[in-house]
Design a protein. Sequence first.
Length: 341
Amino acid sequence: MTDWIAPVAASLRPWAPLTVFLCTIFVGALAVLVAIRVRERADSRRENRQIRKLERWTTAGVWSFALLVVITLVMAVFGLIPAPVDPPTADPEASLDTTGSPRATPTVTPEPKVASLPPSDEACPAPGDARLEERVELEVYWWCTGPAVAAGGGWDHTQFQLKVRLGITAEPRAAGSVRIGTSPPSTIRILVPYADTLHWMPPTKTVAAGDKPICVYVDGVPYWAIPPNINDDAQKGPDGSWNFASHWEPGDWMQSDELLSPGEYVGDRSHAEQPTSPGQRGRNSTDLVFTVPADAMDAMYGLALFDTGTGADASTWTLLDGCLQIERCMNESNRRHPATF
């Protein structure tokens, strides 16, 4: 019965201020008119004819005033009634079909993220930290960068190769041996800033080996821990030249089991800067090559040596030592041309 009130109120609401203004003007004019008539009545010494005319004017004015008051009140009441709001319609794609199962919603491609949020602790755990125990020391003797080759044989400008010659020393007072292997999961990794997706395109043999970047928290910040390319996984570029390849062979340093006992080491700074040939593998047996996304080099955190055990679950790993960029691990003083090592 009252459904008509809200639409009428909505249609009259814009006119409410004008109506109130006109009513105020009319009432004021009526009051002035009544005052004039009362004065005329006093001047005419209450003559019967004028008194009757004044009564008619007064009666008409009173009824007009009453009518305007009623109209004003009605407009005010309608103005307080909210306009009807149409209920939101349900998304037809998310409604149920006749079988009661939800319909499939259209796939929406999200916009690329400018900055990604840190992953959850489950997806990106924090390995144990044993750096204060001084069990091992990781050094970069020399380093250089070179181009990466795409799958089709051209240069891949989204990637680059970082080549490092390492030295690792187990502290004489260390509690036990340290594994320095690069077989999956590799103990030696490059740390680059975490992002939701990592465009990592190493050579095909490295992909086939099965190791992969793993997210880890280091010093409260998430990083991708990228493994090195496997030994001798070089590629020929479009100009016919070969790019870098890892030569991680601790056996050349009498460490065939890839374990460093307390006081032992691999790498030799005295030979690190000398040119090498294929017959001098003992001098470059600590060369590692990492394929790194080109947009991650400037923000690279550094190299890290982990005790990875035998599993890819980083929550069971232990960070043994790092060669960090904030400590100038790789700088212009130890940067060399690729032909020199």
